[in-house]
Design a protein around this ligand. Structure first.
Ligand SMILES: [Zn+2]
Length: 253
């Protein structure tokens, strides 16, 4: 082999190894973060057509939807996770999660977790009502808290945080009769003091806005998510977002 052939062969090996590294799935559970599912030209809105494409992609690629409760039960050895688990979450509690997203998820055998701002329920147009939340629960949706009034928790006093965290949990539980054990931080803001309040209030986990995959319960109150905003490049963007979380997980960042 001359020098040029040797260099080409070495490059080919590096390329093949990098591709293998890229394509070999990282351990860890992806948690997708949606907001609205509706026809709106808005960063936080995924159209029903695009959402259906994404759910079909997950179903066709062997993903099984699990709840956060399932995730924690598996981490403590109470149950086993399916081969390719995915957690599908929605922030804010929009009524289109019920009207648009739920029927599409059901069509592909998926279910999700909705983080409701308890003070928005039946208070403003476009948000979920109590009967809608009850029906979602009945149909396999998990309900979590997104605080009482959508405030950034690490920006308010400890007393106000406690109120937001405790009030939203008890109001949701009063109306649904089901324990609320998870919270998503509005604007992704949290700190150690917020985690302590959540733990005291009986939450067992919380979702942040940081990208990546999740393993075990070491970061139970800082679960990573894959943000799914209004796509600019269709399904490719969705696939790239899944891949990026996978790479972050492999690099441990
Ligand atoms: Zn929010």
């Amino acid at each position: 082999m001359n020098r040029r052939t040797k260099t080409a062969a070495a490059l080919a090996v590096v390329l093949i190894l990098s591709l293998g590294w890229l394509l070999y799935p990282a351990p860890g559970v992806p948690i997708l973060a949606y907001h609205k599912v509706c026809e709106e030209d808005n960063l936080y809105a995924v159209s029903p057509g695009e959402f259906e494409e994404q759910m079909r992609y997950l179903a066709e690629h062997g993903y099984t939807a699990i709840s956060l409760r399932d995730y924690f039960a598996a981490a403590s050895g109470e149950r086993q996770l399916p081969d390719k688990p995915v957690i599908i979450t929605f922030d804010d509690g929009y009524d289109n999660n019920y009207l648009q997203a739920l029927p599409i998820m059901e069509k592909y055998g998926m279910h999700g977790t909705v983080f409701v701002v308890s003070g928005y329920v039946e208070a403003y147009p476009g948000y979920l009502s109590w009967p809608q939340i009850a029906d979602m629960l009945q149909r396999g949706t998990e309900i979590g808290s997104h605080t009482a009034s959508h405030v950034q928790l690490d920006q308010i006093s400890l007393e106000e945080r406690r109120q937001e965290i405790v009030e939203s949990k008890s109001l949701l539980e009063q109306h649904t009769g089901v324990p609320v054990e998870f919270l998503a931080y509005p604007y992704g803001g949290y700190d150690q003091a917020t985690e302590d309040i959540l733990r005291e209030a009986g939450y067992i986990g919380a979702c942040s806005g940081e990208p990546g995959l999740n393993q075990g319960t070491d970061h139970a109150y800082a679960l990573k998510r894959i943000n799914i905003p209004h796509p600019k490049w269709g399904l490719w963007e969705f696939r790239l977002r899944l891949l990026r979380a996978d790479i972050y997980s492999k690099l441990n960042i």
